[in-house]
Design a protein around this ligand. Structure first.
Ligand SMILES: Cc1cc2nc3c(=O)[nH]c(=O)nc-3n(C[C@H](O)[C@H](O)[C@H](O)COP(=O)(O)OP(=O)(O)OC[C@H]3O[C@@H](n4cnc5c(N)ncnc54)[C@H](O)[C@@H]3O)c2cc1C
Ligand SMILES: NC(=O)C1=CN([C@@H]2O[C@H](COP(=O)(O)OP(=O)(O)OC[C@H]3O[C@@H](n4cnc5c(N)ncnc54)[C@H](OP(=O)(O)O)[C@@H]3O)[C@@H](O)[C@H]2O)C=CC1
Length: 478
């Protein structure tokens, strides 16, 4: 019997395994993963107390074993678990017993018109490669969704017309407000030059290591992460640089293959071009295209958890408490598969992101270890404040706390500072105290704002001048 079994070789599972190995070098740990490559975080740089940026690499399974000698990595798919008997059943017939189990099986894309061969979701290296291959021959792509993947794709795709269909009035709504969306808009029509964005190569690509990258047929590999889009050449067949047509406040009504009346764009494409597939939007417009990308969110991967008594949240995730425990004794969960179901701190919220998967995986390890040792443990400080750093439209983007006034109702105040093309700073205040912030561009404000959210200083006397150009905010609050 292993003391600990971890399911999933994404960032949550690998972080959990590595921390367990550090905490209990004498115990046996098994990591079971459906993909032969596991995710590793390298080159970690601390931006603030709560915010780190890092590179993500795919490494062979053996790399975990080489620096964690008490870990045995098994390349298999978990078919089911029997929580009462404390065992996991794999696709190749192994039955593995555990004292504590951590489920880190991630998620899969929630795809519209699933099963249609022209509709693609992007999750792992394999699906990104499939997309890249199809794009190479494409003249027009319809991108559906308004979150992280869509926002990155529409900026990166070149040599192909893009119709971007969003439910909202403004772009990138999962991450930013309408004001920030307005700030980004000029980038949508910007003609990019190749030298703006030199493509660097991923550590592992399908060409290099095809067999290893592909997970078992019915299970996806680890999710792609920061810089996935700028590491991938996304070029279609046309001689256009960047051509995005935005359709706001629409959803997809139907996807069909028979030839239909199509909406003509002011396009470089022959209007009589034959399209393999058509998308009808709820505003009545019909677009012919070569490919549809459904960038419409994540569904937690929980199929193998059925026939146990797990509590699931509305979004399909396994519910976990403040110690990352599921409702089933001795079974924990972390990363995209789980839904935080504790009484969350006022300035934290769950989003299915790398940083959170890594933090949850590491913290679940500490919780399992503390439970076995019967030691008390208090919740990790990282769950006090939401902090995310990313890049959209080639701008640095930092989101802190309740950055979009989530959960504050109407009872908040906004401070704004915008310099077109350069920076966008938004502060959310409630009762004079900072609740969240959006920082776009090289603002250098993240550390000060993080402190102001954490210490809840009353900013009423300063708020009228705080964002004035020329005021050194750091000095102000020293
Ligand atoms: C295209 C894309 C771009 C992204 N970009 C960013 C970004 O820029 N910044 C950011 O913060 N986040 C980004 N994310 C989100 C981030 O990648 C995820 O939140 C994070 O990787 C989730 O990690 P995880 O370990 O929970 O799950 P996953 O990475 O999905 O890993 C799950 C693992 O479990 C394995 N598995 C699943 N089922 C089984 C089973 N039954 N048996 C055995 N193994 C199983 C899988 O093979 C995989 O190895 C992006 C996501 C995508 C899809
Ligand atoms: N830079 C970053 O930080 C990145 C992060 N990611 C992460 O990867 C994961 C996957 O990304 P992604 O797929 O973009 O998911 P997101 O959750 O970011 O966004 C999904 C988007 O699709 C919309 N949507 C959902 N259902 C439909 C539908 N039927 N029709 C039209 N629109 C729909 C959602 O709207 P609504 O919310 O109204 O339902 C939302 O705008 C997410 O966890 C994301 O956070 C991905 C890429 C980059």
């Amino acid at each position: 019997m292993a003391t600990y079994v971890v399911v999933g070789g994404g960032i949550a599972g690998v972080s959990c395994t590595e921390i367990l190995s550090l905490l209990c070098p004498e115990d046996s740990i098994i990591l079971i993963t459906a993909s032969a490559l596991v995710k590793a975080v390298t080159n970690v740089r601390k931006v603030t107390k709560m915010l780190e940026i890092f590179d993500v690499e795919e490494k062979p399974m053996i790399s975990v074993q080489s620096h964690c000698p008490n870990v045995n990595v098994i390349h298999a798919t978990v078919k089911s678990i029997d929580a009462t008997k404390h065992c996991v059943l794999t696709s190749d017939g192994q039955v593995l017993k555990f004292e504590k189990l951590c489920i880190c099986s991630g998620g899969k894309p929630k795809v519209i018109a699933e099963g249609n061969p022209y509709v693609l979701g992007i999750r792992d290296t394999e699906s990104a490669k499939q997309f890249q291959k199809k794009l190479k021959a494409a003249r027009r792509v319809v991108v559906v969704g308004n979150g992280g993947i869509a926002t990155e794709l529409v900026y990166e795709i070149e040599g192909c017309e893009v119709v971007w269909a969003i439910k909202d009035k403004a772009i990138a709504s999962t991450f930013v407000d309408a004001g920030a969306a307005e700030f980004f808009m000029p980038q949508l029509s910007k003609c990019k030059h190749k030298s703006d964005n030199p493509k660097t190569r991923l550590k592992y690509t399908l060409e290099q290591n095809e067999a290893a990258t592909v997970a078992a047929a019915d299970v996806l590999g680890g999710a792609l992460g920061p810089d996935w889009a700028c590491n991938l050449d996304m070029t279609g067949v046309l001689k256009v640089s960047h051509s995005v047509f935005l359709e706001c406040e629409v959803e997809v009504r139907s996807v069909y293959s028979a030839e239909g009346e199509e909406t003509v764009l002011s396009s470089t494409i022959n209007p009589n071009a034959a399209w393999p597939v058509f998308v009808e939007l709820t505003n009545g417009r019909v677009y012919g295209c070569d490919l549809i990308v459904s960038a419409t969110g994540v569904l937690p991967s929980t199929d193998f958890l059925q026939h146990n008594s797990f509590d699931f949240a509305e979004d399909g995730g396994v519910k976990v408490d403040d110690m990352m425990r599921t409702s089933v004794p001795d079974v924990y969960a972390a990363g995209d598969v789980c839904t935080a179901s504790w009484d969350i701190a006022p300035h934290w919220l769950q989003m299915r992101l790398w940083g959170q998967a890594r933090q949850m995986g590491g913290y679940a390890a500490k919780c399992m270890h503390a439970a076995i040792k019967q030691e008390p443990i208090s919740q990790d400080f990282c769950f006090e404040l939401f902090a995310h750093a990313t890049r959209f439209f080639d701008y640095k983007v930092i989101l802190l706390g309740r950055f979009n006034a989530q959960g504050l109702g109407e009872d908040y105040e906004l401070l704004l500072r915008v310099t077109k093309g350069e920076e966008y700073v938004k502060v959310v205040l409630k009762d004079g105290r900072m609740q969240g912030a959006v920082l776009i561009g090289e603002t250098d404000l993240e550390e000060t704002f993080e402190n102001l959210i954490l210490n809840q200083l009353d900013l009423t006397p300063f708020k009228d001048h705080m964002l004035e150009p020329g005021i050194d905010i750091e000095d102000y609050f020293d």
